[in-house]
Design a protein around this ligand. Sequence first.
Ligand code: CP
Length: 328
Amino acid sequence: MKNFTSVHDVPQIDALVKKALAYKADRFKDKTLGAGKRIGLLFLNPSMRTRLSTQIAAQNLGMEPIVFNVGQEGWALEFEDEAIMSGSTVEHVKDAAPIMGNYFDILAIRTFPSLKNREDDYSELYIKQFIKYAGIPVVSLESATLHPLQSLTDIITITECLNNTTPPGRGEAGGKRPKIVLTWAPHVKPLPQCVANSFSQWVNAWGKADFVITHPEDYELDEQFTKGATITHNQDEALKDADFVYVKNWSTFKDYGKIYNNDPEWMLTNKKLATTNNAKVMHCLPVRRNVELSDEILDGPNSIVTQEASNRVWAAQAVLSEILASQK
Ligand code: CP
């Protein structure tokens, strides 16, 4: 693996999942793989889980992680080629990235979208410019449109749940394909589409589930990620018999970055959950309690959000180990 910015960088999802679960069983089994190597973790935006889990993953492999909060502590970066830098940006990525390429062996970057201009955000200019100019492998810690480490974690967590079901439930052991539902939820702020795009992209590429996406009218996601899923505006219908319910807010894609509908009826409750197949409830976190997800769900037995967030370490460790192995 050279870079990790989407599911397209992964030749075999199940092999990567297996690797991650092997690290969960024995975190130090490759503790010298990254000896003498350094990873730079660049944050242009806030993070808790991604920042901590990726550092732990790197250390489990013997790497030295260095965190740089570019957004708060670094020079304001310019990403447009041929820019006349007479505004607020101080340093061009063309100058900064090759230096980082000499300091580090792997570069990992978090860059959120502006949610102002869809074409700009969906061009993924920031991460592409780092790939172009750094000259070392680049890992996405969430980009303008995708969050692949989160989605790999989500597939790991779903696989783990399916493997641990006794008697065998849905999935390979049980024969029947699990039903996975991605449901939109209300929020007070317009949020990126990254997690929803990425989850859709990975579940579709994984191909081992019946995948349903439900959201209010006007919240259609980019078809390049959702194609293959069943899409409905009827949340009650979508939830019926679901094995996994992934809850997430996103802002509008077509009339970009807006909130059209904030109907609290879309928040998942125990009453709605009762129509599912005792579904496990997932969310990438952070979550606004009693806006996006109810206390009764988050504190109830069906929530696997802590298991999910804890698995971020093993997803990152599997990805870093693949990149390190390709550098040998
Ligand atoms: N899920 C996730 O990416 O969390 P953080 O924003 O805290 O890293």
